[in-house]
Design a protein around this ligand. Sequence first.
Ligand code: DAH
Length: 357
Amino acid sequence: MSDINTIESEALKAIDAAGDLAALDAVRVAELGKKGRVSGLMKTLGRMSPEERQEMGPKLNALKNRVAEAVEIRKGALEAAALEAQLATETLDMTLPPRPEHVGALHPVMQVFEEVAAIFGDMGFSVAEGPDIEDDWHNFTALNFPEGHPARETHDTFFMEAPEGGAPKVLRTHTSPVQIRTMTNGKPPIRIIAPGRVYRNDWDATHTPMFHQVEGLVIEKGIHMGHLKGCLIDFVKAFFEVDDVEARFRPHFFPFTEPSAEMDVKYTKDGQTIKIGAGDSWMEILGSGMVHPNVLRNCGIDPDEYQGFAFGMGIDRLAMLKYGMPDLRPYFEADAAWTRHYGFKPWLTPSVSGGLS
Ligand code: DAH
């Protein structure tokens, strides 16, 4: 009995004196742990006569419960004190200025890529890709550029170093080779756009050696010029966010389409801002045409069974027109101030129903 009283008063004193959670846990182990004093007393129950056990059992249990309870109470108090101390050192100065809202911005070219993908995606097109380093077959020959044809020279091609005994690869001069890859690797019906970088040896206020195009290709049965016109007029209306657009398709030459046409749209100039849709001047915005039968054949598609149309447009200039940027060169100078001014919030994904810009 005296054991019980001594142990209880010593244990409670030690619990009270524990200055932190680690010290408290040491006391708990010393009293209630497997080899602790209270546990030791509990073990003596096994050696007692039934009468003794009947008397001592409840007393020892009560001791164990009181010590455990005291540990819990002390623990709660120590935890509260620790939290108070932490809060006291972690005060927040509410008068500090906020952080800058965002430092990065989506480049207008990427924004326009996403807008174009959203518009054509809505018309059932998917996005296709091809390599920037192309071979002569995909960039020229399969697209019906004859060997030695002057059209090859008009592209100011960058040639890679030729491997021994082989033909040099080129930096693709347009996104049209993705047409060839798509038709060769898949089967009609085909409805794709191919956004990407293209390269030509050119450098002034409106030309950079690397620029961006979006190619489009539709191959299905019974496709005709009317589909081409309807699709592209719908695109221009959606892209420039106008209800109507006056457009004309002016005959042109591309080796890979027959007939070929450049699409012009009417516009007005109000000071420095250009408004697309109506007005008294024409502006060329893209090249297009019906896919040439030779191109279909080069990709293993029977031109008597399938027809299609294709188009290609320069994205940098479309971005300039839509967002009023006067010069192409700063596009690629990685000037953070320019990007902050002309850039877009990267998390606002354009969609036809949710708003493009
Ligand atoms: N590849 C042409 C260029 O870079 C653009 C183009 C014109 C693509 C007509 C087409 C097309 O698919 O049908 O100038």
